[in-house]
Design a protein around this ligand. Structure first.
Ligand code: C2E
Ligand code: MG
Ligand code: MG
Ligand code: MG
Length: 278
């Protein structure tokens, strides 16, 4: 009884924490329903090749329109899905939806590569590459229509296992990017061991590049290193024209950021692409 009173008192004094806890429980509980009821959707952000000033690749990012909680960005539910063991059903849905979209675009004569974000748990699934390959074949799409983004942190969790799964993606012809580079405490030596094609420098180093000399130096050095390893380099989260100019001078390959476009719904993306690539 004493414990019960105490817990009531604690909950009274931590109302904010309780509310947050309930919100998280609701999110976890509702993930399976969201999938069945079509509450999840994908948006697509252009990745611009700054040499040719064209866009042939987009990154897909997940969104959730929740019936009572409203709009939820991935930062609110991806980690909870990982912790509650629900991430693989989300990742399966993302892969299916992205491939269906690619097939629809192909029908309209539009050739694009879609990059999907995978989680640490997906990188322990030995069958994933096989499943993806089958789906691509069913839709008569080449493997390079899809690419994979994984964070440094996800790779470092179980590097040996993850390298084997990444290799299985590469074996079926998918290209792989390391996401949020610079935030994951990985040793630079790992870049050499990982079967990757592309490295995306995290937005935290990019956002002030036009005003912060230290960031400029870090990005300059990172680009040299990444390109020295023969990999493609992407700058994430570029918001200004100044940023584009600087990154072009530093020999960056690809830019992603609000300066070009926010993530867009599929039909908005078609309009953006028609305008940009004309
Ligand atoms: P990320 O893969 O590093 O994606 C980049 C994030 O930065 C996206 O946020 C994007 O909307 C945002 N962004 C892009 N350009 C700019 C810019 O110029 N300025 C600013 N301030 N932000 C910019 P978003 O969509 O909220 O996604 C956050 C993270 O959630 C992603 O980071 C990714 O790690 C994860 N995520 C998104 N979709 C999925 C998914 O389908 N599956 C998994 N497992 N994770 C996902
Ligand atoms: Mg990403
Ligand atoms: Mg990123
Ligand atoms: Mg991120």
């Amino acid at each position: 009884n004493h414990a019960r009173v105490e817990s009531l008192v604690v909950s009274h004094y931590h109302k904010g924490a309780d509310e947050q806890y309930l919100r998280e429980l609701t999110i976890i509980r509702d993930i399976p329903t969201a999938l069945v009821q079509g509450q999840l959707f994908l948006v697509y952000q252009p990745k611009v090749d700054i040499k040719s000033n064209t866009c042939h690749c987009v990154e897909t990012l997940i969104r959730w329109q929740h019936p009572t909680l409203g709009f939820l960005p991935p930062d609110e539910f991806i980690l909870l899905a990982e912790k509650s063991g629900n991430i693989s059903i989300i990742s399966d849905w993302v892969v299916k939806t992205a491939i269906t979209q690619l097939a629809a675009w192909k029908q309209q004569g539009i050739t694009l590569t879609v990059a999907i974000n995978l989680s640490a748990h997906d990188l322990t699934n030995d069958n994933f590459a096989n499943d993806i390959q089958q789906l691509l074949q069913q839709h008569h799409l080449p493997p390079h229509a899809l690419s994979i983004e994984v964070t440094e942190g996800a790779v470092m969790k179980d590097a040996q296992k993850v390298i084997a799964v990444l290799q299985s993606f590469r074996d079926i012809g998918l290209s792989i990017a390391i996401d949020d580079f610079g935030t994951g405490h990985s040793s630079l030596a790992y870049l050499k061991l990982l079967p990757v094609n592309e490295v995306k420098i995290d937005r935290s180093f990019i956002k002030d590049i036009h005003i912060d000399e230290t960031d400029l130096m870090i990005v300059n050095t990172s680009i040299k290193l990444i390109k020295g390893l023969g990999l493609t380099v992407v700058a994430e989260g570029v918001e200004s024209e100044d940023g584009i100019d600087i990154l072009r001078k530093l020999d960056c390959d690809t830019i992603q950021g609000y300066v070009y476009s926010k993530p867009l719904k599929a039909d908005e993306l078609m309009l953006w692409l028609a305008d940009f690539n004309q």
